[in-house]
Design a protein. Structure first.
Length: 220
């Protein structure tokens, strides 16, 4: 049986959870403009898994109508009761580079107790390259969650603000080599004598992956 917009619509309106999930997945097989219209129904589904699957596709489908996508994702970010869905909304906002929603992202970051939502927001503002995110990322570096810290390091590199370098230097001696690895990448993006000095030190790191990344950064 071939997949058509009509067959997908039947699945999306089914009372069976498996059907609805299958319908969301099949949206990838049809014209993006049509899929964008159809996906707005499962984004409001009663089941978390369906909403999550639908919102996750907005990273690509949202290009069909950025203004409408902005409002849909803003609502999911602020009002969905499930952290997974909120996090997916933040991911999509970052992928679509909807910088107009920065204030919303910042507000949710400051108020949510959910580490996963914070993590996605930190990644999103970095992907957006939003200069106003500097202080949010500075706060994220102080998180007691190392995943959030690691993503904040990368995001600061993406922002390109040299004021981040003094904030990043302490991580050169962090016990987690993956954090040092991300630090090399961030400092390489930022550039400048101070960054190059730390990269040179990390080129002698005991962990081969870190040392190799630093040597590659030096050769650029």
């Amino acid at each position: 049986m071939s997949v058509t917009p009509d067959s997908i619509q039947v699945l999306l309106k089914s009372e069976n959870l498996g059907d609805r999930l299958r319908g969301v997945n099949q949206l990838r097989q049809i014209e993006p403009a049509i899929a964008f219209e159809l996906i707005q129904h499962p984004i409001k589904d009663q089941d978390t898994r369906v909403r999550y699957a639908a919102v996750s596709q907005m990273s690509s489908l949202g290009q069909q109508n950025l203004a409408s996508s902005q409002e849909i994702l803003r609502d999911c970010l602020q009002n969905d009761p499930e952290p997974d869905v909120q996090a997916a909304a933040a991911d999509a906002l970052g992928a679509l580079k909807l910088t107009q929603t920065f204030d919303d992202l910042q507000q949710v970051y400051q108020n949510t107790p959910e580490w996963l939502v914070k993590l996605s927001i930190v990644a999103a503002v970095g992907e957006m390259g939003e200069p106003r995110a500097f202080y949010l990322l500075e706060d994220a570096l102080k998180s007691d969650n190392e995943l959030i810290q690691t993503i904040a390091i990368s995001a600061l590199g993406e922002l390109g603000n040299l004021e981040a370098i003094p904030l990043l230097i302490p991580f050169a001696s962090h016990s987690d080599w993956q954090m040092r690895y991300r630090l090399v990448q961030a400092l390489s993006r930022l550039g400048g004598p101070e960054a190059q000095k730390i990269i040179a030190e990390l080129a002698m790191d005991q962990v081969e992956q870190v040392a190799q990344e630093a040597k590659m950064a030096q050769s650029i």
